[in-house]
Design a protein around this ligand. Structure first.
Ligand code: TYD
Length: 190
């Protein structure tokens, strides 16, 4: 089983940049590391886009089905470390604020391996919105309106599951160094 490290946070927090940087450093150190992103499959991503943002049950099932393909693919790669730009805590955070029972979302996702470390990039919603790419493929207005609640839910999950909370406004170099250090204490980097 690979070490699973996930990066979470609201849209615009900068997870993708951080995950890419960390990937570069670990790769250079000689690790068999892969960097992946959810949603993973093109087909299910298309279905999510078509379904819109107002049906939390459908969204939960689609994101979770996509995850099943994602995990299967990861296992086939046999990596030592997998860096995941979003994992099942995204479904808990984003879909529960649409009024869906959090326990049910957890149950649907309970067969997937638990991450060894979850990094939560925390950022104020106003700041995050400035950073959201115009070409965000899920740029639903309804979603943007829920980001405040999603951020709050993430912070709640962070306390419950011991995420490592990072200040997304810190310098990217500092964030990268700190993140690598924490991962290295888990995998005993040389
Ligand atoms: P994002 O990382 O923003 O992808 P991209 O940069 O390619 O647009 O993720 C897509 C959006 O989907 C993001 O707003 C979070 C949301 N999402 C959920 O609501 N539930 C989930 O389970 C996942 C994985 C993502």
């Amino acid at each position: 089983m690979p070490r699973i490290i996930s990066f979470e946070g609201i849209d615009g927090a900068g997870k993708t940049t951080l995950a890419k940087n960390v990937y570069g450093v670990l790769k250079k150190k000689g690790y068999n590391v892969i960097l992946t992103q959810e949603p993973f499959t093109r087909e299910i991503t298309e279905l999510i886009k078509k379904s819109g943002w107002n049906d939390p049950v459908l969204l939960t099932l689609l994101f979770s089905a996509d995850r099943a393909f994602h995990i299967k693919w990861i296992m086939e790669q046999k990596p030592e470390i997998v860096l995941m730009d979003r994992y099942f805590h995204s479904t808990i955070a984003y879909q529960s604020v649409l009024g869906l029972d959090e326990e049910w979302i957890e149950e649907v996702n309970s067969k997937f391996p638990k991450p060894d470390i979850v990094f939560l990039l925390d950022i104020e919603v106003n700041e995050a919105i400035k950073r959201i790419r115009k070409d965000d493929q899920f740029n639903f207005e309804e979603k943007i309106n829920t980001l405040e609640a999603v951020r709050k839910k993430y912070l709640e999950l962070a306390r419950k599951y011991n995420f490592i909370v990072l200040d997304a406004k810190s310098k990217i170099e500092e964030l990268t160094e700190k993140t690598v250090q924490i991962i290295c204490s888990l995998v005993k980097c040389s």
